[in-house]
Design a protein around this ligand. Structure first.
Ligand SMILES: [Zn+2]
Length: 336
């Protein structure tokens, strides 16, 4: 059972109820409403590396919010992404599904991807989203972040024999229908639909939590988590895990769901670790992000506070070794 379905991955925002991933069998999709459309046509080259460190951030409006820190994006190291060329969005053939329980187990538990490493640091010299950012700015930032994520993951995926097409990013503000079903942007911050291989960002949610002095890069983390589901989907980890989950029920099924979600969170952590130098993160920022990530809602499907913090910190210390994010090999107590 379960073979042939498509899958949804979602992340809960703070204060937003998580959607449970819902396998559906529809293979058609209505294009969702989008605000700006620039994300659909991204091509060109990677962000140029400056010859000297630059400071590009100014204070956020301060009538009700604290001033944003002034960030420096240091160019004082050699970045692994140097020379990386941004790729256009592509529409690949969907990943096949496992043909047996044994294969589902191998794909999720013993993926060849776990023998690889992602390279860092990655040049991603962007400030976090700030108050009053327009849809165009949010879309531009998310598009640039996808560039950074592609630069991070492309090598290890290719070395594993997996295709990594560039997914489109849709900024959405109204309920919409995808191949994964109908969803409402009020219910999620980020959303990934395997069938359309598309990333969705909720404008209402990112608007409500844009920089307030406590949420450093929180929206970029969300996108990195959803991109983590894209990695899972392209490597067959997602499909393998779903086939296994569909054999289970109750608490065991939820545990399998959490293993998948906590791995996406670990992949997000590896991305932020790789971007940290060019982001200009300091110790306070790391502590703030950890606090935010360990405070997310949706424990039954996504993991409790301790698990969220555990996998985030594991990612921070992984030095790009993907095997450190193999949540499918972890003790049940570490994916609670
Ligand atoms: Zn997720």
């Amino acid at each position: 059972m379960g073979i042939g379905v498509v899958f949804v991955g979602v992340i809960a925002a703070i204060g937003i109820t998580a959607l449970d991933p819902v396998p559906v069998t529809s293979s058609t999709a209505t294009p969702p409403p989008v605000l700006p459309t620039t994300a659909q046509t991204t091509t060109g080259t990677a962000t140029p590396r400056p010859t000297a460190p630059t400071t590009t951030r100014s204070a956020a409006p301060t009538t009700t919010r604290p001033a944003a820190p002034t960030r420096t994006h240091p160019a004082d190291v050699r970045y692994a992404s140097e020379g990386y060329q941004s790729k256009p969005i592509s529409s690949p053939v969907p990943w096949r599904d496992p043909q047996s329980i044994s294969q589902a187990r191998t794909w999720s538990r013993n993926s060849v991807l776990y023998s690889k490493g992602v390279d860092g640091p990655i040049w991603c010299p962007h400030d976090p989203l700030t108050a009053n950012d327009s849809p165009a700015v949010v879309t531009d930032r998310m598009t640039k972040t996808v560039d950074c994520l592609m630069a991070l993951w492309e090598g290890s995926m290719a070395n594993s024999g997996f295709d990594l097409p560039r997914p489109p990013v849709y900024l959405v503000d109204k309920p919409f229908t995808t191949a994964c079903g109908r969803v409402d942007p009020q219910d999620f911050a980020g959303y990934y639909c395997t069938a359309s291989m598309a990333l969705f960002i909720s404008y209402p949610v990112v608007t409500s939590r844009r920089y307030d002095g406590l949420t450093t890069y929180v929206n970029e983390v969300t996108l990195a988590h959803e991109f983590g589901h894209h990695i899972q989907a392209r490597a067959g980890i997602m499909q393998g895990s779903w086939v296994l989950q569909n054999q289970l029920s109750g608490a065991a099924a939820l545990e399998e769901n959490r293993r998948r979600e906590l791995q996406a969170q670990c992949f997000a952590g590896m991305a932020i670790a790789a971007f940290a130098h060019s982001y200009g993160l300091n110790d306070d920022d790391f502590a703030t992000i950890l606090k935010t990530e360990s405070g997310r809602t949706g424990a039954s499907t996504h993991g409790n506070s301790r698990s969220m913090a555990l996998w985030w910190q594991t990612a921070m210390g992984a030095q790009g070794a993907v095997v450190r994010c193999n949540t499918f090999a972890a003790a049940s107590s570490d994916v609670a």
